[in-house]
Design a protein around this ligand. Structure first.
Ligand code: AMP
Ligand code: MG
Length: 415
């Protein structure tokens, strides 16, 4: 009767006698072990969305390039007008419109019809809005009280030629393309796109539609993680499914390390009989850390294979996705030249209550309700992949947290 151990009934209880690395420590180790890629290319601005700047960018022109009117109205020199009462101002002939400027000087004491975006001609320092005047023939009537410079966008008030507009390591957004174009920048230097090799491991895995025996399951990790990684803007090198055989895994790792910047494997990362990735990495590479105090997904292998980092994630799709967001995301952004960016979150009230064991970080599939409070998926079962698509993100419960009450602030990390 004394041979059997007590029931634990929690597959995520941290076995004793093992060093469980807290998430923060694992992230720090991961960060320290990586070197970012330094190859760069010069590309046209039109092709740069999603790429990462390899140097600061300096504006080649002012924005606006010349002072121009912010409204449709009438321009004049304010100092030539009375500063009290109603004003009657005679308009000079001609007008200034966007793309069709007025090149003469407007005489003091006269006004000029001026339209939005038109260059402010000499002799004008103020523009009055068309709706604020009464025009009778060639005279406009309006009340005094305008400030000098009203309704004028000054040359360079937004961006000064020669100033730094975007900084090295920035991942370029659609809006950045607008800024670059408005600053006269035609080409920029970016880091070469990160190449991520992806490998699923497990004798049970098949591609969708390829069943030939009952014990097989469809590889869910590759389609999911490939899509996620491509959405982050990286290039995928897909090495398919590899069975649980060390020689096979070894040759795929060799190939992947020749062509990629980082290798992401799923499956076989724990310490079981069939966990060939962790065994191989500890025998043939300098496996650094592989037991992380987190739920779901505690096995995580990190090693260099022919100098290329290998992140060995758990096979369970929920754990694989969580670890991709928590560990792979900052590793990729660092390698790609964008700096070490951990999955960022916002603090929101919990729409749930829950007890938790201290000594591990937990990630719960979550989404925000209409009040902006975080709801969690109704099952924590890490095999429940449906909860991943139900969720819009993760709630992170810190290492030492033991209980969460409704309304307590929790960190919500959107996908
Ligand atoms: P492992 O990490 O290899 O021990 O796998 C843990 C669990 O995840 C097992 O139930 C595997 O069958 C499952 N699994 C591993 N890889 C995948 C995958 N690519 N797609 C779906 N399930 C997987
Ligand atoms: Mg396996």
């Amino acid at each position: 009767m004394t041979n059997a151990p007590p029931l634990r009934d929690d597959c995520f209880v941290m076995p004793r006698g093992v060093k469980w690395t807290p998430v923060e420590e694992a992230l720090e180790k991961l960060h320290k072990s990586l070197k970012n890629i330094t190859k760069t290319s010069v590309i046209p601005v039109s092709k740069c969305c999603g790429r990462i700047l390899a140097e600061d960018v300096v504006a080649q022109t002012n924005h606006p390039p010349f002072s121009n009117s912010a409204v449709d109205g009438y321009g004049f020199a304010l100092s030539a007008l009375p500063d009290k009462g109603e004003i009657a101002l005679k308009l000079t002939t001609g007008r200034s419109a966007a793309g069709n400027f007025y090149f003469d000087k407007v005489p003091a004491g006269y006004g000029l019809r001026i339209l939005t975006g038109a260059q402010i001609p000499d002799g004008v320092d103020t523009v009055i809005l068309e709706e604020d005047v009464n025009k009778i023939k060639d005279i406009i009537y309006f009340n005094s009280g305008l400030k000098k410079g009203a309704n004028i966008r000054a040359k360079g008030e937004d961006i000064l030629s020669g100033s730094t507009i975007l900084q090295k390591s920035k991942k370029l957004s659609p809006a950045d393309l607008g800024v670059l174009a408005s600053s006269g920048v035609k080409t920029i230097k970016v880091y070469d796109q990160l190449k991520v090799a992806i490998i699923s491991t497990g004798d049970e895995l098949v591609e969708l539609g390829n069943y030939n025996r009952k014990s097989q399951i469809v590889d869910a990790n590759r389609p999911m993680l490939k899509a996620q990684i491509e959405q982050w803007g990286y290039t995928i090198l897909d090495f398919g499914i590899v069975g649980d055989e060390e020689a096979l895994i070894e040759s795929v790792l060799n190939e992947a390390s020749r062509t990629s910047d980082i290798i992401l494997t799923t499956g076989g990362a724990s310490a079981g009989d069939e966990d060939h990735i962790s065994r191989l990495l500890s025998q043939k590479a300098n496996l650094q850390t592989w037991r992380i105090a987190l739920k779901p997904g505690r096995p995580l292998a990190l090693a260099l294979w022919n100098d290329i980092p290998v992140l060995g994630l758990p096979g369970n799709p929920v754990a694989a996705m969580v670890c991709t967001h928590i560990f792979a995301f900052p590793a990729f952004s660092f390698l790609a030249g964008a700096g070490w960016l951990e999955a960022s979150g916002i603090n929101v009230p919990a729409a749930f209550s829950k007890n938790k064991k201290a000594g591990r970080t937990e990630y719960l599939r979550a989404k925000l309700n209409a009040d902006g409070h975080a709801e969690i998926f109704n099952s924590e079962g890490s095999g429940r992949i449906s909860g991943l698509s139900w969720a819009d993100g993760l709630v992170e419960l810190k290492h030492n947290t033991e209980s969460i009450e409704k309304g307590n602030k929790v960190k919500y990390i959107p996908f």
